[in-house]
Design a protein around this ligand. Structure first.
Ligand code: FAD
Length: 506
């Protein structure tokens, strides 16, 4: 099913824009600002704040004496279990420095002292190379870039992408603005719409960061890559989406079970730590973060103000209390397959940030590499568009889509998210994945009859993504990075290759 809504473009209010950048996280803002600096006229479309704003830990870059892009490269590949695209990693670590300078020029002030940048370490890094702004790095980046966007007078449409029009090339989009469907004809569309970790019952992603736009692109036949790799964050305040940053463990906090015993090296990569916690919990034990000793060397409310005030609000004093935690789905490693300049297989369609897959993270993302990816590849994507735009034009084609019979939908989407957590979560097993696929297919088959509402469209697109994740997880009969199969608990060399998935275009 190519389209979800009913429409006839001759009947819709419409406008034109050369370039629409969809998404106002680090990826979208970087593309829009860079395009403007290159003399082009982007329009930014967004439905609100995404994951960028909530990033706490920081942004990884080899800026300190004794560190190097080579060490950062090695750490990234080691965490990614050798599934990374080495060219993408090379770009990430080499162009990181330029991107940090760019962020500073756009107004971000990373923490410094008389010795230069104050950097921290996180799981999988062999060097303290994570730059930060206290524990609200993402908010600081978002605010500075948004301010710059206003200064550059880049027009912003507060609305939601619903459909992409066109077949071999992008010819337009349908968006809802204040509940009404509108048409925008364009030459270039950049998707910077974030990841889809929200498909799981437990997630760190805020409510607006649902990632469903990957599904909109899939309905155009776009290829997605490695969707089975979803990173689970080990330390999320129990039953909430408040992440307790890795930096807390980097500063020396411990993980203990309800007997007070440590059971894992807290600075191992996230998948290792998340699995260790998950297994403890499956044994019926509780797991806690012990931050009490940190108070001897740092002032918690100054170093981690967001976490500190949240915990206080919940009645926990990190100087005295153990903090209950569980793992939660955090980061979507796979995504829309792109080249090193954000190009997809459809002309005029580009993707950047968490919704895209450059292959940089391989089978597991090294902590704090994703903000860096958003800016490094955002800049490259803007430069590519600068080169491509002159040969792209507007289309005047009419697009019409009529639905078959419409019936009331009864769908327990929360139940599906729960199942995804249990069967596609931290640990997976072949028979479970097969039965989950059958369940998903049964629901997806009814979608042509659903009422064409915005929420139904989002759920439909999320189900398409969930199916892609489950299918590729089923096919990958090995464990690698964040993908852990209890029936194949080891890496298999014949599977050291990317998974691809696309829908037939109807
Ligand atoms: C709690 C938390 C902490 C994190 N900490 C770190 C960290 O310390 N370091 C790090 O490197 N990474 C961190 N990450 C990951 C990082 O935040 C994200 O990978 C990154 O910010 C993604 O940026 P983005 O621009 O791709 O997407 P996002 O910032 O998620 O933005 C997506 C944008 O797309 C818009 N959008 C989506 N769909 C539509 C649609 N259909 N129509 C219109 N607009 C749409 C959203 O409104 C939003 O503006 C963290 C993530 C979370 C959730």
């Amino acid at each position: 099913m190519s389209y979800f809504f009913e429409f006839d473009t001759t009947q819709l209010p419409g406008e034109r824009a050369d370039i629409v950048v969809c998404g106002s996280g680090i990826g979208g803002l970087t593309v829009a600002l860079t395009l403007k600096e290159l003399g082009l006229n982007p329009l930014l479309l967004t439905r609100g704040i995404g994951n960028t704003y909530y990033s706490q830990g920081g942004i990884a870059c080899a800026v300190k004496e004794g560190d190097s892009p080579e060490l950062h490269f090695v750490d990234t590949i080691r965490a990614g279990r050798n599934l990374n695209n080495p060219s993408a990693v090379r770009i990430l670590v080499d162009e990181g420095l330029l991107s940090i300078v760019k962020l500073e020029r756009w107004g971000v002030s990373f923490d410094r002292d008389e010795g230069g940048y104050i950097t921290t370490t996180e799981g999988g890094h062999s060097f303290a190379r994570v730059l930060k702004v206290k524990d609200y790095t993402g908010r600081a980046i978002y605010s500075a870039l948004w301010q710059k966007l206003k200064e550059y007078e880049i027009p912003v449409v507060e609305g939601e992408l619903q459909e992409i029009l066109g077949d071999d090339r992008v010819e337009g989009i349908l968006v809802t603005v204040k509940g009404r469907l509108r048409l925008i004809r364009l030459k270039v569309l950049v998707l910077a719409t974030g990841g889809a970790a929200s498909i799981f019952r437990y997630t760190t992603n805020p409510s607006k960061a649902r990632g469903d736009a990957i599904g909109i692109a899939m309905r155009k036949g776009i290829k997605i890559r490695n969707p089975e790799f979803i990173q689970f964050h080990p330390t999320v305040f129990k039953d909430s989406n408040l992440l307790i940053s890795e930096a807390v463990r980097g500063e020396g906090a411990f993980l203990v079970d309800d007997k007070g015993e440590r059971f894992v090296n807290e600075l191992e990569p996230r998948d290792v730590v998340a699995r260790a916690i998950y297994r403890k919990m499956r044994e019926g034990r509780q797991v806690f973060l012990d931050m009490r000793k940190l108070g001897e060397k740092i002032i918690l409310e100054e170093r981690f103000p967001t976490i500190f005030s949240f915990l206080k609000e919940k009645g926990f004093d990190p100087y005295k209390d153990l903090i209950p935690i569980n793992p939660a789905a955090h980061y979507f490693i796979g995504g829309i397959d792109v080249d090193m300049f954000g190009r997809t297989s459809i002309e005029g369609l580009y993707a950047v940030g968490e919704c895209a897959c450059t292959g940089v993270h391989g089978a597991n993302r090294l902590a704090s590499n994703s903000l860096l990816e958003g800016i490094v590849f955002g800049i490259r994507t803007a430069y590519r568009i600068y080169m491509d735009i002159n040969r792209l034009g507007f289309s005047e084609k009419r697009f019409v889509f009529k639905k078959r019979k419409i019936m009331k939908r009864y769908l327990d989407f929360e139940g599906i998210r729960e199942k995804l957590w249990l069967m596609m979560g931290v640990e997976r097993e072949g028979e479970n994945l097969k039965s989950l696929l059958e369940d998903l297919d049964r629901v997806i088959d009814t979608a042509p009859y659903w009422e064409p509402t915005v929420e139904n469209r989002r759920i439909f697109d999320l189900l398409l993504i969930a199916r892609a994740c489950t299918y590729c997880a089923y096919r990958r009969k090995e464990s690698r990075g964040v993908h852990y199969r209890t029936d194949f608990p080891y890496e298999r060399e014949e599977f050291r290759k990317d998974s691809y998935y696309s829908l037939p275009v109807l």
